[in-house]
Design a protein around this ligand. Structure first.
Ligand code: AMP
Length: 111
């Protein structure tokens, strides 16, 4: 079982930001910004390459709700999903990173 499935099952603790029957948002254990939240579907899907349109149609409003709860929907944030080895995906369970809370630099940045 993958590490994020263990979090869903309660076998590994997490700091939950928001949860519903299908999705879970929790703090990243190794934050790369002042706010770094991970959003996952509870059902195991390996990556964005495998996710159904139906799941994404439900996950999109959930992610938006998480940004409201984090109070970053107006100040802005970066939404990232890494796919496969070249994409730098370490955990083989679809997840979106929400990075926020400060001006972000790095890849895909105009400055
Ligand atoms: P990725 O490289 O896109 O697969 O990102 C995996 C992310 O999961 C990294 O940012 C890790 O810090 C994070 N992570 C790994 N294990 C845990 C955990 N037990 N709780 C919270 N975040 C985790």
């Amino acid at each position: 079982m993958c590490i994020f499935c263990k979090i869903v099952n309660g076998e590994i603790p997490n700091n939950t930001v928001l949860e519903d029957e299908n999705f879970l948002a929790f703090d990243d254990i190794n934050p790369q910004a002042k706010i770094h939240t991970i959003v996952i579907p509870k059902a195991h899907v390996e990556s964005f390459g495998d996710v159904s349109a139906d799941t994404m149609s439900k996950m999109t409003p959930f992610i938006q709700e998480v940004t409201e709860k984090l109070n970053v929907s107006n100040s802005g944030y970066r939404l990232i999903t890494n796919i496969g080895s070249d994409g730098g995906q370490e955990v083989p369970h679809l997840h979106f990173h929400i990075l926020a809370g400060e001006p972000l630099r790095g890849l895909v940045n105009k400055s």
